[in-house]
Design a protein around this ligand. Structure first.
Ligand SMILES: [Zn+2]
Length: 369
């Protein structure tokens, strides 16, 4: 069992119910053949308006891309999280495949859907089932599920998936062209080989590498500093480490024109705000679920996740409280115990220093190509 996306081939995958049963279990096997993400078309009928249409569903995928600290499992290759959510373009009713394979909804629910389903951020109406960005389809899944009275577990999952879909889609604007982007990726790739951070979880290795590189950026020669800085920002943004990614924008500013900088930093700001909006919604549902169980006696994974979402939302005091409660919970899944300790230490460090995580002392930077 692992995170949102489990490796299964040849059958349809129901991805919902991720964090509540799963917590984490990353098995990244060096040399294991990569299962490509494949998509199959299915015919669906909207249970809200009767519209019949074809939609792509995931037939196979993998989680070889590592797992972020908020349980998002990256696939190697195309991210299936961008495919799972389905929207009826006629009425905007949204869900996963299962949500379209149910009986026709009752009149009252259909009337509520008609009056309450609206597109986020004033997006234009979709012209086919994938005509909206994935995060917007998850937004509509949240609304549809609320109207249908689905469980908090479902809502938590959908809100997290919305934030993760933003993360997958969040490449910042690149007014400097492909050359710089390729150069940025080449830089972090070569530094990954050279510094080779420990561990098998690719996502954590990316973040560890970025944190190792941050203090070195000032010593990168002028001509290469933009590439190097962009490379580190891309790594951090890819894993939703938004505070640290935004903090690095200050290094980009003196290297580029004001206009280019504004285009770049605005695109970062918009996607950060969007990701955090859905993290906040997920956190609200999680906290509501604590109220329905007993205060702060939820499963360790959910307490940890509440802490991790607070950390990502820069509410460090609250994050620390949740991590402490998670550490005291019974039946902590294997692996999660380490993450609780590590994230607690990270947040404690931020609170004490008022800075981003501990960084190793700068060393002389090796020459770039
Ligand atoms: Zn419909």
């Amino acid at each position: 069992m692992s995170g949102a996306l489990t490796i299964r081939e040849g059958d349809d995958m129901r991805h919902y119910l991720t964090i509540l049963t799963a917590a984490l279990a990353i098995v990244l096997i060096a040399g294991m053949p990569t299962a490509a993400t494949t998509i199959a078309d299915v015919k669906l009928r909207c249970p809200a308006c009767g519209h019949k249409f074809k939609a792509g569903v995931i037939a196979s995928t993998n989680n070889f891309g590592g797992q972020d600290r908020d349980f998002y499992s990256h696939a190697s290759g195309f991210p299936p999280i961008l495919i799972y959510p389905i929207t009826c373009r006629r009425c905007l009713y949204s869900g996963y495949r299962d949500d379209f394979e149910i009986d026709e909804l009752d009149d009252e629910t259909r009337a509520l859907l008609r009056s309450r389903l609206t597109l986020p951020e004033n997006l234009p109406p979709p012209d086919d089932s994938t005509g909206l960005p994935a995060w917007a389809r998850y937004d509509l899944i949240i609304l549809s599920a609320e109207i249908r009275g689905l469980s908090l577990d479902y809502l938590i999952d959908a809100a997290l998936c919305a934030s993760w879909a933003v993360r997958e889609d969040a490449a910042p604007a690149q007014p400097w062209g492909d050359h710089y982007w390729n150069c940025a990726v080449n830089y972090t790739d070569s530094m990954m080989k050279e510094l080779s951070p420990e561990g098998q979880n690719r996502a954590l290795r990316d973040v560890a590498l970025a944190r190792q590189l941050v203090p070195r950026l000032q010593s990168v020669p002028n001509g290469s500093r933009l590439c190097a800085t962009l490379g580190v920002i891309i790594l951090l943004r890819k894993h939703g480490e938004l505070t640290e990614a935004m903090d690095l924008c200050r290094l980009v500013e003196p290297l580029v024109s004001h206009e280019d900088f504004m285009q770049f930093s605005d695109s970062m700001r918009v996607s950060n705000e969007r990701e955090r909006r859905y993290q906040q919604i997920a956190l609200t549902y999680i906290e509501k679920s604590f109220g329905e169980i007993a205060p702060f006696e939820g499963p360790a994974g959910r307490l940890y996740l509440a802490g991790e979402l607070c950390r990502r939302l820069e509410r460090y005091d609250q994050a620390l409280q949740y991590f402490r409660q998670a550490a005291q919970a019974t039946a902590i899944p294997e692996g999660l115990d380490e993450w609780i300790v590590e994230q607690q230490a990270l947040v404690t460090n931020i609170l004490h220093k008022g800075t981003t995580p501990d960084e190793p002392p700068p060393k002389d930077h090796p020459p770039l190509d």
